[in-house]
Ligand binder design. Sequence first.
Ligand SMILES: Cc1ncc(COP(=O)(O)O)c(C=O)c1O
Length: 368
Amino acid sequence: MNQAELVIDLDAYRSNLQVMRDLAPTAQQMAVVKANAYGHGMAACARTAREVGTPWLGVATPAEALELRGLGDSGRLLCWLATPGAPFVELIARDVDVTASSVAQLDEILATGAKARVHLKVDTGLNRNGAAQSHWAELFTRAAQAQAHGKLDIVGMWSHLAAADDPTHPANDIQETAFDEAIALAAEMGLQPEWIHLANSAATATRPSVHRDLVRVGIASYGINPDPLVKIDGLIPVMTARARLAHVKDVKAGDSVSYGWRWTADRATRLGLVPVGYGDGISRAASNLAQVGFAGERVSIRGTVCMDQFVIDVGNLEAQAGDWATLFGPGFSGEPTAEEWAQSLGTIGYEIVTQMAGRWTRTVKGGR
Ligand SMILES: Cc1ncc(COP(=O)(O)O)c(C=O)c1O
């Protein structure tokens, strides 16, 4: 019997992909499965996305792209975060679409001597990766020349939004305008890439003008809203994190709990010991803060979250070692969602699910 498990509901994943497809019916969909599919398991999610006909997968690193190819995935796949010396030869040989975020990176891709499918990444204001506006002309000129000589195919042009999760933020208009300027400048230089893409989950839900040819959907596919400001109807959380109590004990008023005695009972109560901790991705910031589902009720974490375990206060509920506590899930049985955990901890749902790692058993349900 599992001690602690992450249950991954692939039927929910498929359903969420469909919800997002319906929101952008004129664009193709890219399922973003980086970071082990935001903690949900890249292999199962990638396979499921392909089964429902998702034409594109997206990952950050070359290693993730090669891992997917190693798993047998053979569809369109884009990776976008590479450092100098990245394995472009292998990526191109394995039919991965690559991103050029600078002239230097384009040159590195060209130096492979292999004909790559390249997406040019332009920075439109996020000021993270991508060619700065002052370098667009140089990047496009070089790309157009290389394409004219048959050395590569510029198949995509893309950028990433800084504040799509806040639909009224001025950055959205500013970035969309800049993106259109980049597309126009590239066209002047003879580049008309087939795949223009800018939208993440939030923009897919709220900003149809940026759907273009392809939307890159990550967090919503895992059933999590990008932000409390962007609620997407019909999403079902894919991950449930649950663990069986290792120990139950009754304490009296005045007894203190866990490292540092940071919680003291003000009444006699019953405590349950949940055998997961920050070694498994449960943030220590959840100490004395987050709640979990137990016997259909919400109960509180008491005291400090430790590396392997934390304590919940089940009050006068019946409890015994071996009973399940559900940290978060879809909320169908009264347990909190990952979004609620995020709100308690002052973070985002992305972080809650992505950091789940360590000693969990993974149980995959649903799917074909
Ligand atoms: C370049 C890029 N596109 C799309 C996504 C998907 O974003 P979201 O999970 O908000 O849908 C990400 C994830 O951060 C990303 O880095």
